[in-house]
Ligand binder design. Sequence first.
Ligand SMILES: Cc1cc2nc3c(=O)[nH]c(=O)nc-3n(C[C@H](O)[C@H](O)[C@H](O)COP(=O)(O)O)c2cc1C
Length: 213
Amino acid sequence: MNSIANIRKNYSLKSLLESDVDPDPIKQFAKWWEEARKSEIEEVNAMTLATASSDGFPSARIVLLKNFSEKGFSFFTNYNSFKGKQLEENPKACLVFFWKEMERQVRVTGLVEKLSEEDNNIYFHSRPFESQVGAVASPQSEVISDREWLQKKYELHQMEFKGMEVSKPLHWGGYLVKPVIIEFWQGQPGRLHDRLQFTLDENGSWKLERLAP
Ligand SMILES: Cc1cc2nc3c(=O)[nH]c(=O)nc-3n(C[C@H](O)[C@H](O)[C@H](O)COP(=O)(O)O)c2cc1C
């Protein structure tokens, strides 16, 4: 057996029972979110975002959660990026949080829509000047000749907007993932992990079920 195959951890911090969870999965997420924040996990808002093209090929990458509420989970990006193109073709996504210090994983599957231009502008202008210029300069996911090309483009836009408000490119903005399934996973000893899954039914109520680990 190679050395990678021997890497494993035994989980034993906490359990997750049906009686522990809030019947509203967003409230349950808020509970875990607060605990994760308080435990000072680095980049607690980093999440894997999986999307898929209409041909079925998936792709995944990390993005930062910027807000969550009963409406859904939001993040910001470049609408012309690879993920943006996939979301245009197939507006469905899956988000995964792995809070390893808490031996927890949360998976959110949902339908995706763009945030309003008003929300996009408010968030864009709350970002540091450098990040705003970076968003203008970078044609995210496109092939570029070299690092120097990007650096020069960045510096040109830096000069252009010096002392002024950076105008948000139309192709930069946020998405809202409106959940239809949310699964909470808590590591347990002997690989008998707790998995509680909420599914949204046609009446808009959440059904809670336990999944085998
Ligand atoms: C910790 C971390 C946070 C990131 N946050 C974002 C983000 O919020 N938005 C974003 O567009 N890309 C973010 N990225 C970069 C993405 O992972 C990815 O490289 C980029 O969005 C292009 O993805 P795409 O070509 O699949 O569209 C982040 C990467 C890391 C490692």
